[in-house]
Design a binder for this molecule. Structure first.
Ligand SMILES: Nc1nc2c(ncn2[C@@H]2O[C@H](COP(=O)(O)OP(=O)(O)O)[C@@H](O)[C@H]2O)c(=O)[nH]1
Ligand SMILES: [Mg+2]
Length: 320
């Protein structure tokens, strides 16, 4: 099911995994969270978030050693995972060897799942957790050591976040990860009614002062602007659980979700013409560059080559 994303949170016992879930998604206060009992095996939660169209299955893997060996013997637990968050407790440097062994075994399982079942490798992120604002400075040596060890194990391309439930870093990091892992949802967000008009105004203002002979250069401007704006908007949407029934996505006019070759695509009418006239050729070209800019800004640059343009009398449509 493609409208379903599996996110797993792994780490040793007491790293803070369940606390992150309870703090960020269930909005418990810190006092409540202190009473969190140890997780037995895997706590499976499915959440719907305000700004994300997909259901997110968040599996919180209990970290006690008996459970860990159980998961490692049954790779299916990790199958079909889109996002993995590895949580390391920076206050427990003595556990680092154990952490590395565990994470390494998971990396092996992912490789095997890829080989045997063709699983798309999940996006991976590391939380250097318990970087509390009050004690971060005095913990710098431990944080630096943890960071170095994680870098050695995962390589530099796996993003790391310094997180804590004592400020908003854990929740913001989680939201940030969802942004970069769910580009389709970022696209939907861009074309939502509440966002698009504002974005369009920023864009039109920007091109007002630019010569229009460098259309490709404009695409870059669009990408940068959109990247910033969409990220701002996304990050200001709280990661709040909502009922399924509340989730009604309202697109700006002229945007449709369609199925093409079994895939979900967006069909968009040129959005740049002034209200009382049709899109001119230049409007259409600008809109095309705008779309490319969007795709580039959210890491889908390769898709910008495949945008289809459909000219229909005085209108133009694009399929992305
Ligand atoms: N100082 C600090 N403690 C935390 C933080 N997050 C969780 N904890 C504490 O770490 C302990 C283990 O948390 P828990 O969520 O049960 O860990 P889990 O076993 O990984 O699920 C609890 O006492 C939490 O209150 C954090 O950001 N900072
Ligand atoms: Mg737990």
């Amino acid at each position: 099911m493609s409208d379903f994303v599996k996110l797993i949170i792994v780490g040793l016992a007491k790293a803070g995994k369940t606390s992150i879930y309870r703090r960020c998604l269930e909005k418990h206060d810190l006092k409540d969270i202190e009473k969190t009992p140890p997780t037995i095996m895997i706590a499976r939660n499915t959440v719907n978030l305000e700004h994300i169209s997909k259901h997110i299955a968040i599996w919180d893997f209990g970290g006690q050693s008996g459970f860990r060996s159980n998961y490692l013997q049954k790779p299916d637990y990790f199958d079909k995972t889109r996002i993995i968050i590895f949580v390391v407790d920076v206050l427990a440097p003595k556990d680092l060897e154990e952490v590395k062994k565990y994470f390494n075994s998971i990396l092996q399982i992912i490789k095997e799942l890829k080989k045997e079942k063709g699983m798309e490798p999940p996006k991976m992120y590391i939380f250097l957790h318990k970087c509390d604002p009050e004690t971060k400075n005095q913990n710098t040596p431990n944080i630096a050591m943890t960071l170095l060890e994680m870098n050695t194990l995962f390589g530099k391309e796996v993003p790391m976040y310094m997180t804590s439930i004592h400020d908003d870093t854990a929740c913001r990091s989680l939201n940030n990860i969802l942004f970069f892992s769910l580009p389709e949802d970022a696209i939907m967000h861009i074309f939502s009614e509440k966002f698009f008009e504002e974005l369009k105004n920023v864009i039109l203002k920007e091109i007002e002062n630019k010569p229009l002979d460098d259309i490709e250069g404009l695409s870059k401007i669009f990408g940068d602007l959109i990247g910033q704006k969409i990220h701002e908007l996304w990050m200001s949407s709280s990661i709040k659980k909502v009922d399924r029934s509340e989730k009604e996505h309202k697109f700006v006019e002229g945007v449709e979700v369609i199925q093409k070759d079994g895939k979900k695509r967006f069909k968009l009418k040129c959005q740049f013409a002034l209200k009382d006239r049709k899109c001119t050729e230049l409007d259409c070209t600008l809109f095309l560059e705008f779309l490319k800019g969007i795709l580039n800004s959210i890491g889908l640059g390769y898709r910008s080559q495949a945008i289809e343009k459909i000219k229909d009398d005085d209108e133009c449509f694009f399929i992305i």
